[in-house]
Every structure is written in C-alpha cells, then in structure tokens.
Design a protein around this ligand. Structure first.
Ligand code: FO1
Length: 319
C-alpha cells in the first residue's frame, strides 16, 4: 500500500512513528513535510518540521522536548551569547547545528531542498520517503498587534518567543503563492492508495502545505481516500497552541469545526477522540465519515492503534 501523509512537526512525527509500527514492510510511506516553519539563522537554513520528522523516525529526537537532538550540548549557543548574537529565544544545540550546516552547505552548492533532505535521510533512515512540500522558500508569518503596533513576525518568533500569548490576527504563508510543489509531491498524491492528515496543526502545518498551489487540488482530486485525525480533543489542542492560530482563521478549536474547515471536498474521513463522540453526527452530516476512537498519542502502540483506525476508515470510505 502506498500511503501519503502531510505532516508538521512534533504531532506529525509522533503519529508517523505509530503509522510505521502499524504497517508492514511492503507498505511505502511518503511524507510531505511543512517547510513554512523554516527560519534562517546565523546564515543557516533551519527546517524544524523536516528535522523533527527525520530525528523522531531516525531515533535521534529529544523525546521529552519533541524537537531537537537527544543528548544535546549548547556550546555554540553560549558562545554566540558571549558575542551578544541572538536570537537567545531559539534553542539550536550543537548536534542540531551540524544538520543545519550540512543543509546550508549543500543548498549553497546548488542542491535543492529535496535533494538535501534525501541526503540527510541517508544518515537517519527514517523508514519513509520524506519530501519537503516545496523547494521554494515559504515562510509563515503571523500578524499581531502589541505595544509596538501592528506587524507581521516570523512564525517561530510568535510560537517560541511569544508563546502565542498575543492574539494572531492573520497567518501569512509568505512565498506560498508562487511556490511549486517539490518534485515527487504531486505524483505521490496522485499514486497514493491512502492519504492521511495526521493530528498536526491544521493551520500552520497542514494548512501551509495545502497553500502551495497544486497540493490542495491534487489531494482533493486524488482517487485515494483522504482521512484526517483531529489535533483537538475536548475543545483544546492536545499539545501546542493550535487554538491561537485557528482563531486567526475564524475556526473554532473543536474537532468538528476543524473537520468542517477541511471540508468534504478535501477529506473523506475524520477521526475524533472518544471525548468528542458527540460531534460525530455533525461531521457525518457534512458528508465526512466520522468515528470516535482514542486519539491520545501516549505511546507508540496507542499511536499505532490510531493509525490502524485511520487506515480502517480509509477502507470503509474507499469508493
Ligand atoms: N521549540 C521551542 O519551543 N523552543 C525552541 O527553542 C525551539 C528550537 C528549535 C530548534 C530546532 C528545531 O528543529 C525545532 C525547534 N523548536 C523549538 C520547535 C519548533 O519551534 C516548533 O515546535 C515547530 O516549528 C512547530 O512545528
């Protein structure tokens, strides 16, 4: 079976680990990763979501944190601080730096982000084909109003520095309108037997991937069933601050509202947590097959069970 998953960072990566545990060696998984969270720091290109998927599936992730490398050290960051060079709010560890150095060196030499990602994965062997959504630069910015006035800031500044404590007024995937899907992305979607939307952030992760011209259209037109898993349980994000960015696009932070926002033109099936059993009927009334199953990714086996439920729902809605 050829499975395509659109994935953001921590939630997407943890779901993919469960998916890998649920499928067999004959199944092929292609992950289309969000690059809207990418940031240029110290002249280096940092791709948080691609790296989180790569490290999580490759066994190099800092488990508790969910991002960055295990057994990390922080000498470079400390040295930069001695020079007064920031940003001090973004934690790039020494081991992680090596990834950004290799990536940036290859990009400077003329390789595309997809080629670089493939090269990095030779080391990490994530067990999936990891494709960036685009080789073109896309950067999610967030419009806020604070004591400095109204301005657009980089998503990482909003998320990590401000902890999404200020209301997001708009989410702008800068560059997305002219970006092209990376090589292999549209083909993987068209050839897929199942397309999954993991419980990643529907706005800044999945939404950004879908904002690359051609990707949403390809998913909607794909012959494969499309099944999503709610990142919202009981009216709150399982982790992260998805409610903040959902408000910016006028979507309530409920499992039902997120499903309806994706809409029946895009998704055929939707999994909500058992806590949201009451929303099943409304989602089904919108033309989306819906089941309530446990959606807390407490460990790999619980997550594998979620993946099995998503694949089972895909079979039920397959036409
Ligand atoms: N998240 C944080 O909360 N604080 C950090 O300092 C931080 C650094 C960081 C460095 C590399 C990387 O790959 C991810 C990092 N993240 C950090 C996670 C990241 O900001 C977000 O969780 C994702 O972009 C959202 O998917």
């Amino acid at each position: 079976m050829r499975i395509v998953a659109l994935a953001g960072g921590i939630g997407g990566a943890r779901f993919l680990r469960g998916l890998l545990a649920a499928v067999g060696p004959q199944d092929e998984i292609t992950v289309i990763g969000n690059t809207g969270d990418d940031i240029h720091l110290y002249g280096l290109k940092v791709c948080p979501d691609l790296d989180t998927v790569m490290y999580t599936l490759g066994g190099g992730i800092h488990e508790e944190q969910g991002w960055g490398r295990t057994d990390e050290t922080w000498s470079i960051k400390a040295e930069m601080q001695e020079y007064g060079v920031g940003p001090e709010w973004f934690g790039l560890g020494d081991r992680d730096f090596a990834t950004h150095l290799v990536r940036s060196q290859m990009l400077t030499a003329g390789y595309s982000l997809s080629q670089v990602t493939e090269a990095l994965c030779v080391r990490w062997k994530p067990g999936v084909r990891l494709l960036p959504m685009s080789d073109d630069r896309v950067e999610t910015h967030v419009r806020i109003t604070d004591e400095q006035g109204t301005r657009a800031i980089h998503f990482q500044e909003y998320w990590v520095k401000l902890h999404a404590a200020v209301d997001a007024e708009a989410i702008i995937p800068v560059g997305a309108d002219t970006a092209k899907p990376a090589p292999g992305v549209l083909e993987a979607i068209a050839d897929a037997d199942v397309i999954l939307l993991p419980p990643s952030n529907p706005v800044v992760s999945i939404g950004t991937i879908l904002s690359v011209p051609g990707i949403r259209e390809a998913v909607a037109a794909a012959p494969a069933p499309v099944v999503g898993l709610s990142p919202i349980i009981g009216g709150a994000p399982v982790r992260g601050m998805a409610d903040k960015v959902l408000a910016a696009v006028g979507v309530e932070a409920t499992a039902e509202a997120v499903a309806l926002d994706y809409g029946s033109a895009l998704i055929d099936g939707w999994l909500v947590d058992t806590a949201d059993q009451d929303s099943v009927a409304a989602v089904e009334a919108a033309g989306i097959a819906c089941r309530a199953v446990p959606l807390l990714m407490t460990d790999v086996e619980a997550t594998a069970e979620m993946a099995r439920a998503a694949l089972a729902l895909a079979e039920q809605v397959r036409t």
